[in-house]
Write a protein that binds this ligand. Structure first.
Ligand code: AHR
Length: 341
């Protein structure tokens, strides 16, 4: 069946090419495109990608990762929708993809709940849904094909364990440690996992005092604002746990504006998540102690899953991506040279 998007594509070409054209083939397409798409409509695998937004460096790297693999040259036709941080926009995007009869829907769900109905609609239309990055809570797990992303709870635990070791090295393991947390989007799996993972380790230390946890929306501007509030409210803060790098960058601005220092040897220990290039550079500058990686490069993995599904293979339902952490004891120059985001 000829899909709607192809019809639209052909109509747009027809109108722009003028009245003399009645048929459009490869020759014409190659004239106007640097990355020629396959000629036959059935050669395309049509992907509808519902992205959350562009709130962070991580998010931009993630979007780029999908765009770089789902190209016409690789045999894909990508319909990309940026939801601008609104679940209602994602629900609309998924419904539009269903109407356009795409072959696969890739959904990065902003929060974990509220997806049952729309996923039922995709299932009724026979369209496989691949979840990426964040997870969702569903009555019926059959409503999606598989999920690929990070183990956010493990990331939070890794940060807690790192802090444990660091405090021991400083002979502070029995001192009171006053902590604040800049949290990501409430009810997102990245926020839930990192908060609960760190809390797992915190619960083992009576001397760790979580003074406050507030929503910094995963953005630099909000991270700065929340950190400014923390600094007004709490005189002594020993540790800042910031649930993504962009909030960390904002927090550092607020800390320095308040005349305080952060990073190794500073007033506050800074723990961050994502490990984008700029965060590694902040570590080099001695302003962040450690960053816990969240790998945004999910495009190739999802393309591999789609290839397997196209070949009629089964795929694993839950697929974690490999991740690590970095701190100032490491060769950061070398890490930066190898870092692609
Ligand atoms: O879901 C992944 C998180 O979302 C990343 O940590 C953050 O930077 C992004 O906005």
């Amino acid at each position: 069946m000829i899909k709607k998007y192809v019809m639209i594509f052909i109509v747009v070409l027809a109108v722009s090419a003028g009245a003399g054209w009645v048929f459009f083939g490869c020759a014409f397409e190659e004239e106007i495109s640097h990355d020629p798409a396959p000629c036959e409509e059935e050669d395309y695998i049509v992907i509808g990608l519902s992205q959350i937004g562009s709130e962070s460096d991580w998010r931009n790297a993630n979007t780029e990762s999908f765009k770089s693999v789902f190209t016409a040259g690789n045999g894909y036709y990508l319909l990309y929708e940026d939801a601008q941080q609104k679940q209602e926009n994602q629900l609309k995007a998924v419904r539009d993809f269903i109407l356009q009869e795409v072959d696969y829907i890739i959904l990065d769900p902003i929060v974990e709940t509220g997806w049952d109905t729309v996923l039922m609609e995709a299932a009724d239309a026979g369209i496989p849904v691949i979840l990426v990055d964040r997870q969702i809570l569903l009555e019926n797990d059959e409503l999606y094909t598989c999920w690929v992303g990070s183990n956010f709870r493990e990331e939070g635990r890794a940060a807690g364990r790192w802090l444990e070791d660091y405090l021991k090295l400083q002979s502070r393991e029995n001192k009171e440690i006053r902590i604040v947390t800049l949290q990501g989007t409430p009810e997102s799996s990245a926020q839930i996992g990192r908060t609960s993972g760190f809390a797992d380790v915190l619960s083992e230390h009576d001397n760790w005092n979580m003074l406050d946890k507030r929503n910094g929306e995963f953005t630099q501007a909000k991270g700065q604002e929340v950190m400014r509030d923390f600094l007004k409210l709490y005189e002594d803060i020993d540790v800042v746990v910031s649930e993504n790098d962009n909030m960390t960058f904002g927090a550092i601005e607020a800390i320095e504006a308040a005349g305080k220092t952060c990073g190794p040897g500073g007033d506050m220990i800074i723990l961050s998540f994502d490990a984008v290039r700029a965060a590694i550079q902040f570590m080099q500058a001695g302003k962040i102690n450690a960053v816990f990686e969240c790998n945004p490069l999910l495009g190739p993995k999802v393309a591999e899953i789609i290839e397997r599904l196209e070949a009629g293979e089964q795929v694993e339902k839950i697929q974690y991506i490999e991740e690590t952490y970095f701190d100032t004891s490491m060769d950061l120059e070398k890490i930066l040279k190898e870092r692609v985001y």
